[in-house]
Design a binder for this molecule. Sequence first.
Ligand SMILES: Cc1ncc(COP(=O)(O)O)c(C=O)c1O
Length: 484
Amino acid sequence: MTSQVRGGQLARLLGQWHALPGRRRSPDYAALAAAVRGLLADGRLPLGVRLPAERELAEALRISRTTVTAAYRELRESGHLTSRRGAGSWTMLPGGHRVASSGLWTPQDDLDMIDLGIAALAAPPELIPATRAATEDLPRYLGSAGYHPTGIIELREAIARSYAERGLPTSPEQIMVTNGTQHALDLVLRLALAPASSVLVESPTYPNALAALAARRARIATHGLAVDAGWDAELLLGSIRQSRPRLAYLIPDFQNPTGHLMPAELRERVVGAAHAAGTDLVVDESFVDLPLDGTPLPPPTATFDRHSRVITIGGMSKPYWGGLRIGWVRASAPQVQRLAAARIGVDMSSPVLDQLVAVHLLAEASTIVTARRTQLARQRDALLAALAERLPQWRVAVPRGGVTLWAELDGPVSSALARAAEEVGVRLAPGPRFGLDGTLERFLRLPFTLPAADLVDAVHRIAAVRYDLDRAGRPQWREPSVIA
Ligand SMILES: Cc1ncc(COP(=O)(O)O)c(C=O)c1O
């Protein structure tokens, strides 16, 4: 990496810095500082490089040295430059940020940053005792090599039991343990999809599912969900019947990001239409354990399946902890065998110790999950109240489960808002991340997985920058890179 950038090189990178779009009547030094910040945010100017001496840059840009001095001072004050007297000035980012390999900013151990890009709770207190108990169980497994491509039997039994308790008889042979739900999806897609196959997804949908589909070069069609009403039965069934996709990926239980719950009748009709069309259904149940307000759950989608059309995926991340990386697939026993054979060429099997931790957590499911639901309902209500107070012009449907709400904004400003919010310490996942082709600019996903005080603080900050957006034009920052 270059350790020093010369005056001529920086001048070239800066280009038309004095005439950047959005510049109003700011002084030259402020425009120059803003342009340097823009280059850093875009990853075009690396971190830790020495900038040209003030005189050299002034000559290269044909401006006065005092302008460069003032710009460097502003960059030092905003945390983008560090200087040592007599030695020079080096580029940096404020607040412990770093630039990811993608060139986008990611917050790193930045305690001031309120991260609303990730919709997942911190670990429950039961995790440490469960881990201790798991280590005590471990000796039972140490006499073998420890590879269990479908998962250790006691975890598969516990997962199968949880389906049976929901009214869906399931044998352990129908379960394969994976390293998280995302891994489950990736494996299922590897097996089910030839390159360029057609796939139907909801819009909006879970961004990492879109990423997994893109990796298989799927041709993606969407079914649009309404903010208030969710799925439109006739349109959804019509798309399956008419376009006969190879596969449909759906999140019927507290859909991410909208929070909608698909009614039983529609589940049954979707399974019927999929069977008739030769479409496999991948049903993501990530949020099924998290109904709020005592909302009753419809039967699992796979209940209506008579022909092994439905592959269900789920995991521990939302009700328990994402860091555990335990998920699973529920399918027919032959499908599980094929998936297990496929995973041998990928990651062989999941860690035994983590699976044992999952066994202990599932043994206490009702206590843990009840506490999670109470916590989530409280946080959701705090978020809704703050939105009603500070951003009453936004439209939100109250989610009856899951961990996110989907807000309809008062204009197509989601990405601009995310960039502006980053500057005031709030990380957002803007609407377009949940769709294709840069649509959904009028929407924003807000998770309620952080403590209520943080959510309220975040809404206050978002409301402040929303107001500024109208007054000051759009800021130049990029959107966050990790959404989950
Ligand atoms: C719908 C959906 N599927 C899958 C995942 C990934 O879950 P895991 O952490 O189990 O891989 C998430 C996480 O946000 C999700 O919302």
